[in-house]
Design a protein around this ligand. Structure first.
Ligand code: BT5
Length: 324
């Protein structure tokens, strides 16, 4: 059940240019006119700019820049992704919140987003720095009808969706470093973490975590990241509105995900390779037993890394540590 507040914002948002009378709102929401007025005061406290005119009614003039479940909806053009959002001002990790929500049957496409994470995570228990209100820290809950062994493709698909959104929104030239990093000028700007709950041949849910550095100045980056990581601000000299970026990322993600589910991985593979970092160049790959120099040829129809070793042999790897 949506809160009265959310319904109020939806009604006002649908009529951007005309006024809606207090009576019409009170009828639609089944609350008194005085209660409507109180809600308006609360919205103003949250940074909404609302115009109230005697005998005409109310309209929203502007939405706050701040992230919230409501502000995210204004201007979000998706069919299912982000239609339900959980927003936290501070949380250890949006991944934790998303796992819990998914266990409690949160719908496919639910988005968890935070202004700050205090224990943000990368892969293999590495940490992810998530400075307050400086970036996009979000987790997407999906319930894809694919076999569990295909889940790594979702990481590659997400990276393509994110790279597309960044290129279009900011005019930057992102590259994807296999499997999950987005680089600008050779430095890490975003990372993706795919986690899954599955039985042998069925996925219960997947949580895709996306961390994107947006408005960080050099000193906002943790000391050990300085020189290795970057942000959209550092690359473009511009401050970006987090809310608008999130909306574009979600729109791009929904479209790319649908293409993947409808047509499979091959179309994603071609797009991935256009962004692929060091394709055609020499890299060093390490597995538990081996380490060898090889040329990075691209990715296979199912998402494996294709390498050509120095003696001309072609190898496909699904997981490896790479020295780039
Ligand atoms: C990743 O792991 O790159 C996945 C990052 C996923 C973060 C999102 S934020 C929302 C959601 N909630 C979470 O708790 N996590 C997800 P990995 O490839 O393991 O890279 C981790 C490494 O990246 C660290 O060991 C650092 O070297 C570096 N790193 C940490 N924070 C960074 C940052 N803000 N920007 C750039 N690099 C960073």
């Amino acid at each position: 059940m949506e809160s009265t507040r959310t319904r109020l914002i939806k009604i006002l948002s649908a009529e951007r240019d005309s006024y809606i009378s207090g009576q019409a709102l009170s009828d639609a929401l089944n609350i008194s006119r005085n209660a409507v007025w109180k809600h308006m005061k609360e919205l103003e406290k949250d940074g909404y700019e609302i115009e109230g005119k005697p005998r005409k009614g109310y309209r929203i003039l502007s939405f706050p820049d701040k992230l919230s479940s409501n502000t995210l909806q204004w201007g979000l053009h998706t069919n299912w992704l982000g239609q339900h959002t959980i927003h936290k001002s501070s949380t250890p990790s949006t991944q934790f919140v998303a796992h819990q929500a998914a266990r409690e049957m949160a719908a496919h496409g639910t988005v968890v987003i935070a202004d700050e994470q205090t224990q943000g995570r990368g892969r293999m228990n590495r940490s992810w720095y998530s400075a307050k209100e400086k970036g996009v820290w979000m987790s997407i809950i999906l319930r894809p009808g694919i076999q569990p062994y295909l889940a790594p493709q979702l990481t590659l698909m997400s990276a393509v969706a994110l790279a597309d959104a960044l290129r279009r929104h900011t005019g930057t030239k992102p590259l994807i470093k296999w499997p999950n990093d987005i680089l600008l000028s050779g430095k890490k700007t975003a990372g993706i973490l795919t986690e899954m709950q599955a039985e042998q041949d069925q996925i219960q849910y997947v949580v895709i975590g996306i961390g994107l550095n947006v408005n960080h100045q050099e000193t906002d980056l943790a000391e050990d990241l300085q020189g290795r990581a970057t942000s959209l601000y550092l690359e473009t000299g511009k401050t970006w509105q987090i809310k608008e970026l999130v909306q574009d990322i979600l729109q791009s993600f929904e479209k790319t995900y649908e293409q993947y589910i409808d047509n499979g991985f091959p179309a994603i593979k071609d797009r991935w390779e256009k962004y692929g970092f060091k394709i055609g160049e020499k890299i060093t790959a390490k597995t538990l037993k081996d380490s060898w120099k090889a040329k990075f040829l691209g990715i296979s129809e199912d998402g494996a890394l294709i390498l050509q070793t120095e003696n001309g042999e072609t190898k496909q790897l699904y997981s490896a540590e790479i020295d780039w």
